[in-house]
Design a protein around this ligand. Structure first.
Ligand code: PRP
Ligand code: URA
Length: 211
């Protein structure tokens, strides 16, 4: 299924600022929200809408409104950095949470939390800024598929080819949206050139990935 890599000079500008190791957490958070808006716009092109009649100051108008069926699931912790941008743009979205943490030695993700609204038959946006080995996204999407989620989409800030390949093999129908497709994973399974540990940069908790 399609991998969409955003192609936009404004995205490139903010992605470069996000990667820059000198960008402090307070700016990192703002830029993350900004870039997430671009991903949301791209990923929601085909979401269902309903007719909404309103009165302009001059005459009645028949417009469209989002139908409120959407669910967003941030993968904790780093996915929380993308959540506000989604709820700002899609105010009636339901929010579920999946907590996953990669082991620093094996890079294998462990689930420590899961709280989902009903997802059966509903479109779901999974937000996780880093798609590295794909283990975290795979585990979260497995849970959603198990719960009967219909149309699941993944929104990532940076993706590695290894993670994309893994997800495409496991979920051939899964649309993936990313602001950047990077070169490769390093020996520690960090994305290269990447931006380091997203959660640490978002929350100022110190970097395991810094060279
Ligand atoms: C990061 C990131 C992804 C995951 C990606 O989370 O936010 O969830 O790694 O790696 P993968 O594709 O190899 O699974 P991390 O485990 O560092 O936890 P955190 O969000 O709590 O910092
Ligand atoms: N998780 C991160 O935060 N960064 C990476 O490069 C890979 C996984």
């Amino acid at each position: 299924m399609p991998l969409t890599v955003l192609q936009h000079p404004v995205v490139d500008h903010w992605m470069t600022r996000l990667r820059d190791r000198s960008t402090p957490p307070e700016q990192f958070r703002v830029i993350c929200r900004r870039l997430t808006q671009f991903l949301v716009i791209e990923a929601t092109r085909e979401v269902p809408t309903i007719v909404r009649r309103v009165d302009t100051p001059l005459e009645p108008f028949e417009g469209r409104a989002l139908d409120g069926e959407l669910v967003v699931v941030p993968i904790l912790r780093a996915g929380l950095g993308m959540l506000d941008a989604v709820t700002d743009m899609l105010p009636r979205v339901s929010v579920g949470y999946v907590g996953l943490e990669r082991d620093h030695t094996t890079a294998i993700a462990r689930t420590y939390y899961c709280k989902l609204p009903p997802v059966k038959g509903r479109p779901v946006l999974v937000v996780d800024p880093m798609l590295a080995t794909g283990g975290s996204a795979e585990a979260a999407i497995e849970m959603l598929v198990h719960e009967g989620a219909g149309d699941v989409r993944l929104l990532a800030m940076v993706a590695a080819p290894e993670g994309v390949k893994r997800l495409q093999a496991r979920f051939p129908q899964l649309p993936i949206y990313t602001a950047a497709l990077d070169r490769e994973l390093n020996a520690q399974k960090y994305i290269m050139p990447g931006l380091g540990d997203f959660g640490d940069r978002l929350y100022g908790t110190g970097g395991a990935a810094e060279g």
